[in-house]
Design a protein around this ligand. Structure first.
Ligand SMILES: C[S@@+](CC[C@H](N)C(=O)[O-])C[C@H]1O[C@@H](n2cnc3c(N)ncnc32)[C@H](O)[C@@H]1O
Length: 365
């Protein structure tokens, strides 16, 4: 099998799978899985689903980029995808699961979410196998698994990875799928921000986001606005409170982020895009785009995704349109931004964060 990454990366040390994926396949080779119902979670590039295709597994697809990657890898290996076997994380599994598989995500909230998901649809005698790299181990992985299952067997390390084999369903732990973050917007309006487990910045509004919100002043002629990498939609909601008639577009790669945003905004004149590319939005041209862009891909620090989004957003602004971007200072985005925008200045900075104001096209002040 040839498995590649989507989005592609220039970093040749990054692969589309880890030893944890291989370890899961090794464990499965010792189990009788033919004719069994298999469900896979957090298979970011489709390595497991492609290797197990002859068993017709279900894949839980949480990211649009994950879907693209899986379909690409199936196709590159001459395998016809079965779209009915692709589930979103809020969709029930239509069969009782014999074997659940998961690469443990970086977010422990998302791990808990997937554990509960697999647990809910697992047959009484079913098994869940979770793989992770040993360096990512925390004891919380064991305690969360132990809350759902009687037996939590941790394997020996192999190629610096481990697997957990979980058996014996305990009663449903009944975790809430969403959390509530009380927040006071700058206008003094208080709102409970709702987000699904695993959506960015559990427990509080992120400090960088807060810094951006503190410096977010909208111009009178800015009426078509994009929140890029919207997460729970808090930035778009702040804009909606300031400009209730603006046309807002929210875009995020993560399905649960988009579903969270839907709960936090008034729906009128708002468009939600589950996508990893601004180019998917169509013919809209924006007066303003705002972002606290991603710089992690699971455990990897990765700015390639953001830099690609900067290039895309520049192509979607009207002449004179603005892009406001907050980031950790050490990421040094200004040189990349200057490649795509006519001007890129610092709007505000603290000792940790910086807000860039980028303008597209001819601009007269
Ligand atoms: C730093 S978080 C910011 C979230 C939210 N705007 C906030 O301030 O709380 C970055 C967001 O970008 C999303 N993301 C990552 N890669 C993306 C991509 N290629 N396209 C769109 N969104 C992406 C992540 O899912 C995450 O929600």
């Amino acid at each position: 099998m040839k498995i590649t990454r989507y989005p592609p990366t220039k970093n040749k040390s990054l692969r589309a799978w880890s030893a944890a994926d291989e370890y899961i396949l090794k464990v499965l080779s010792r189990m009788e899985i033919s004719g069994k119902n298999i469900v896979i979670c957090n298979d970011r590039f489709g390595y497991l689903a492609t290797h197990l295709h002859q068993h017709g597994p279900y894949s839980v697809i949480a990211y649009k980029s994950q879907k693209t990657s899986l379909l690409m890898n199936l196709q590159n290996n001459g395998i016809q995808p079965d779209h009915e076997k692709l589930l979103n994380p809020l969709e029930p599994v239509p069969v009782a699961i014999d074997v659940g598989l998961m690469i443990v995500p970086k977010s422990l909230e998302l791990f808990r979410f997937y554990l509960q998901y697999l647990h809910r649809f697992l047959k009484e005698g079913g098994t869940v196998v979770c793989g992770f790299m040993t360096r990512h181990f925390t004891t919380q992985i064991l305690s969360l698994a132990g809350a759902c299952f009687e037996e939590v067997d941790q394997s020996l390390a192999w190629k610096k990875s481990r697997v957990l084999i979980l058996k014996g369903k305990k009663p449903d732990p009944g975790y809430e799928l969403t959390e509530t973050i009380p927040y006071i917007f700058s206008d003094g309006i208080w709102q409970d921000i709702i987000q699904y487990s695993g959506v960015f910045s559990s427990g509080n509004i992120d400090y960088a986001t807060q810094f951006l919100l503190d410096h977010l002043f909208l111009q009178q002629d800015e009426n078509i606005i994009l929140d890029l990498g919207c997460g729970n939609g808090v930035i778009a909601r702040a804009i909606q409170l300031k400009k209730p008639n603006a046309e807002l577009h929210l875009l995020d790669d993560f399905f649960l982020a988009i579903e969270s945003s839907r709960q936090n905004l008034q729906p009128e004149n708002v468009h939600f895009h589950w996508s990893d590319s601004v180019d998917d939005i169509g013919n809209v041209r924006f007066d303003l785009a705002v972002s606290n862009p991603p710089f992690h891909f699971e455990h990897e620090v990765n700015t390639e995704v953001s830099i690609n989004l900067f290039r895309e957003v520049a192509g979607k602004l009207k002449p004179g349109g603005r892009f406001l971007c907050v980031a950790n200072k050490h990421l040094g985005y200004q040189s990349s931004l200057k490649k795509f925008f006519t001007t890129c200045n610092v709007l505000a900075e603290s000792n940790k964060y910086i807000i860039y104001e980028c303008i597209k096209g001819v601009f007269t002040s």
